[in-house]
Design a protein around this ligand. Structure first.
Ligand code: SAH
Ligand code: SF4
Length: 429
């Protein structure tokens, strides 16, 4: 989501005549697009802002802007300006569309801007300028904001309520991306399964997926994120029936304990979640299921944590993002009694070890089989090799040159090493 938002910021800058440069020393403008989902994201952003103070001294005309979720928090924008006076522009998520006018203002009159609107969410913007940076993959927002208020999460406070784009606009953007040669398009939303609830035309995620899958051409569709309470059987059926929609579902469970799920306000139980996973596996047997897991949430006891380990073993996720709970000011969980950081650290280590075991076992199952891969990039640090993903979302490295990037190839997996798969091209399409 943030990468794509940065692409939109870069699109605005490109439209103003700026172009990408290699280092901050060469830059005429630096925009920090911040995240505040966890404390370490904020710390990193502040560290990076602090680290360029000397550049402003050396080049007073340099424009520095800080935008995004971190600045949208209560009082954060003004604090930021007070602590880092060399920052010229501070914009919250609700004011990001004003970046262009703020830049013009500072160039014309030298006036600095701090614009954080706490209440007014902008209407869904269309025809945004986008400078895409993800090779043959493209991101496509289908909705903004979130209505769920999970008790640990800052997103609804800094991103506002759910706002869906009109289906016709999404389809138009999708077709235009295909015309431009993009091969894999990922639909984005905090909870894609509630797409359309705020529209009065009956649109929903299942119909959107179905319409998209009927567009002509050779392409792949992914989407994220699905909230387990809202991923319904209709959507599972459409994925199962369509060859364009990847057999890959990101289904964040957060915790395997019903007690913790209730405290998190997630609105599902482990049993309900496992039923959904069962439905996915029976309709889409080769589906790659990934998840987000959190340890150290308030009141988490050893048994609750073991319930999470049990879920990891039962579902067999192809991979998981694992987090230590991070206290976020203003959320409900911030008022709950916090557990010791040592306990959280010990649990995350055990959780990662368990998930690694599962990933390794699943990787073995890929050996000797052939998969269609969308070749996406040069392999990192491996000359003469390229990499790309299976339909189920697993990354594979294989011999080939960069002319293959952007094309579909069949690759036989020869060996696996933990999460990494290595193969060789069997036949080009
Ligand atoms: N909308 C998505 C996720 C958005 S945030 C969903 O509901 O699944 C991405 C992930 O960050 C979450 O799934 C959660 O695992 C993690 N996260 C969110 N807030 C957090 C916090 N306060 N501490 C630790 N991890 C958090
Ligand atoms: Fe945060 Fe929950 Fe909304 Fe995801 S669904 S963005 S975790 S509040």
């Amino acid at each position: 989501m943030n990468i794509h938002e940065s692409e939109k910021i870069a699109g605005t800058l490109e439209d103003l005549g700026y172009s990408m440069c290699e280092s901050t020393e060469d830059a005429d403008i630096i925009v920090f697009n911040t995240c505040c989902i966890r404390d370490n994201a904020e710390k990193r952003a502040l560290g990076n802002i602090g680290a360029i103070k000397h550049l402003k001294k050396a080049k007073p005309g340099l424009i520095i802007a800080v935008v995004g979720c971190m600045t949208q928090q209560d009082g954060a924008g003004l604090n930021l300006r007070a602590k880092y006076p060399y920052v010229d522009i501070v914009l919250g998520t609700n004011n990001l569309f004003e970046l262009e006018s703020c830049i013009k203002k500072i160039k014309q009159s030298g006036n600095k801007s701090v614009l954080i609107d706490p209440n007014e969410y902008p209407q869904v913007l269309e025809n945004e300028k986008i400078y895409r940076t993800s090779g043959c993959n493209a991101w496509l927002n289908i909705m903004y904001g979130c209505n769920n208020f999970c008790t640990y999460c800052i997103v609804p406070y800094v991103r506002g309520r759910e706002r869906s784009r009109k289906m016709a606009n999404i389809i138009d953007e999708f077709k235009s991306l295909l015309d431009q040669g993009y091969k894999e398009i990922t639909l984005l939303g905090q909870n894609v399964n509630s797409y359309g609830h705020d529209l009065s035309d009956g649109s929903n995620f299942a119909t959107l997926l179905e319409k998209i899958s009927q567009i002509n051409g050779k392409y792949r569709v992914r989407f994220m994120t699905s909230h387990p309470k809202d991923l319904n059987r209709e959507v599972i059926d459409i994925i199962a029936q369509s060859s364009n929609i990847c057999n890959n579902i990101h289904l964040p469970i957060q915790s395997g304990s019903n007690k913790i799920l209730k405290l998190m306000n997630r609105h599902y139980t482990r049993e309900y979640y496992l039923d959904t996973v069962e439905a996915i596996k029976s309709k889409i047997p080769d589906c790659g299921i990934t998840t987000d897991l959190m340890v150290g949430f308030p009141y988490e006891e050893e048994q609750d944590f073991e319930d999470t380990l049990d879920i990891v073993r039962r579902v067999k996720y192809s991979s998981a993002f694992t987090f230590i709970y991070s206290i976020r000011k203003g959320t409900k969980a911030a008022q709950m009694p916090q557990i010791s950081p040592q306990v959280s650290k010990e649990r995350i280590t055990r959780l990662i070890a368990e998930q690694n075991k599962v990933t390794k076992e699943l990787s073995k199952g890929y050996e000797g089989k052939s998969y269609e891969i969308l070749c996406e990039d040069n392999a990192p640090k491996k000359d003469g090799y390229v990499c790309g993903r299976t339909d189920s979302g697993r990354m594979v490295t294989f011999k080939g040159d960069k002319s293959l990037i952007g094309s579909f190839v069949n690759v036989t997996i020869e060996k696996s090493q933990s999460a990494s798969l290595f193969g060789k091209i069997t036949e080009e399409e």
